[in-house]
Ligand binder design. Structure first.
Ligand code: MN
Ligand code: MN
Length: 465
């Protein structure tokens, strides 16, 4: 037997990961770009958790899904959706096998960092009207000044009626903005630490400057704004107290790069996983195992609250399915598997120090599997077992999915958690998978088109296994 050359042996023994564009055929690349056109529309149509939940239900209905009714015994091929308080949604396609064989879950979140209006937000100062905010999720506050913002959400009036608000998205709409100090007068501000550059209580959104009339009445500008809101929505100031109004970037998703290989947008985290997981369940017909996509809320604030995955709504949904089939819910959960879909931080050579390049994910090198997340000594993660990672690895390779592994930054620097640990707590096998993102949590995040498509391919392969 002739001795192998070093080059041959390297090819056989070493792990390498090329650009997905090198690995994919021309047709696959085209399919990826096409998929991303639809994704961009979704990004623009569904900027908040409420809008994403509504869009998911709209698409579910259009694809033959019906509303889940607890107590119903569902059979092979049935497609159902469950609306949890308009902010999280479960979609399921019933499989051929008994539920006792377990279900396949893809979980992603549809909330994104943003500025929430406080409960008494409207005030007048310096001849202008503003709305006071409290930021939601982890943001670098300076990034949220001097960009056009739109206002989205729901206002529940005293009589119980819910008014849906969306201002700043249509071409002719006005937008809003958080102002910042001019450089000429910013010497003191510029000397502060970056984290202290913008005070959270100064993230006030400019909403007006014109008085209601020429009288000497106080708060005349605030009155004019309240009057406009009253005429448009029939709301009074106290209605803000039972409202959820969110300011998000007013701009839409755009291709990034001369080669158009990337997408820039607000809220890729985590709609870049939610959208592929949603598309994968909508495309699933008569699977072997019952398949479930969960689009959850509140991940950015720790998954707490009854619309987040720390709550029992997913467990109850599965328990309801199990009860109707006469099976104990823990039997179903204990045999189940989950891809916990959330973004990873793509390696950024401009901030190379923050990463460990041998264990980072890279833009357009595939959807990223993270065996564990968390920080420092793996705190706050579920650390998927080698057996389950091995199973998913084989599944993705078999389906020809471009994938890579990656950790969130260098070990002692920081880190982050996902919903994986809450699903693991249900005794489900779970591993993190997701799309690498540049500038995560910024108003304009960037992802690679091949990775978005790879996420869709991964969920499809999982559901059809
Ligand atoms: Mn996320
Ligand atoms: Mn996040």
């Amino acid at each position: 037997m002739s001795k192998k050359t070093a080059k041959e042996l390297k090819k056989e023994l070493f792990y390498t990961n090329e650009s997905s564009f090198v690995r994919m055929s021309e047709a696959e690349t085209e399919a990826a770009y096409d998929f991303c056109e639809e994704y961009k529309s979704f990004l623009d149509d569904a900027k908040t958790e409420r809008e994403a939940a509504a869009k998911a239900i709209e698409l579910a209905k259009a694809n033959g899904f019906s509303e889940f009714r607890p107590g119903t015994f569902y059979t092979e091929g049935d497609k159902i959706w469950f609306n949890n308080r308009n902010k999280s949604v479960i979609l399921a396609v019933i499989g051929k096998r008994e539920l006792s064989d377990g279900v396949r879950i893809a979980a992603a979140h549809i909330d994104s960092p943003r500025l929430d209006m406080k409960q008494n937000p409207l005030f007048e100062d310096g001849g202008m009207a503003f709305l006071k905010t409290r930021y939601y999720g982890g943001i670098k506050k300076y990034q949220w000044t001097t960009i056009p913002l739109s206002l989205h959400g729901a206002v529940v009036k005293k009589d119980g009626e819910t008014v849906t608000v969306k201002i700043g998205e249509d071409e002719g709409d006005p937008v809003f903005v958080v102002t910042d100090l001019l450089p000429h007068l910013a010497q003191e501000q510029m000397d502060r630490k970056l984290r202290d550059g913008i005070n959270a209580e100064k993230l006030n959104i400019l909403v007006g400057s014109r008085p209601f009339d020429d009288s000497e009445e106080s708060d005349n500008i605030k009155l004019n704004i309240m009057n406009i809101l009253h005429e448009k929505y029939g709301i009074v100031e106290a209605d803000f107290q039972s409202a959820e109004l969110e300011a998000v970037p007013a701009f839409g998703a755009r291709d990034v790069g001369l080669d158009r290989s990337m997408i820039g947008s607000y809220g890729h985290d985590d709609r870049v996983c939610a959208y592929p997981a949603l598309m994968a369940i909508l495309d699933t017909e008569a699977p072997e195992y019952t398949c479930i996509t969960v689009l959850t809320d509140k991940e950015e604030t720790g998954s707490d609250g009854n619309t987040g995955l720390h709550s029992s709504y997913l467990k109850y949904f599965i328990a309801d399915l199990a009860a109707a089939a006469g099976i104990d819910p823990w039997t179903v959960l204990s045999a189940s598997e989950c891809l916990s879909a959330d973004v990873n931080s793509a390696y950024d050579p401009n901030y190379a120090d923050a990463y460990e390049s041998r264990n980072s994910s890279f833009v357009n090198k595939g959807v990223c599997i993270s065996k564990y997340t968390g920080s420092r000594g793996k705190s706050g993660t579920s650390d998927a077992g080698a057996e389950f990672v091995g199973k998913i690895r084989a599944l993705l390779d078999k389906a020809n999915v471009c994938w890579q592994t990656g950790e969130l930054g260098r070990v002692d620097l920081g880190g982050g958690g996902t919903v994986a640990k809450f699903i693991a707590a249900l005794n489900v096998d779970v591993v993190d998978i997701g799309v690498p993102v540049l500038s995560m949590h910024a108003p304009f995040e960037v992802v690679g088109k091949a990775d978005v498509y790879a996420a869709y391919m991964a969920f499809s392969a999982f559901f059809n296994s």
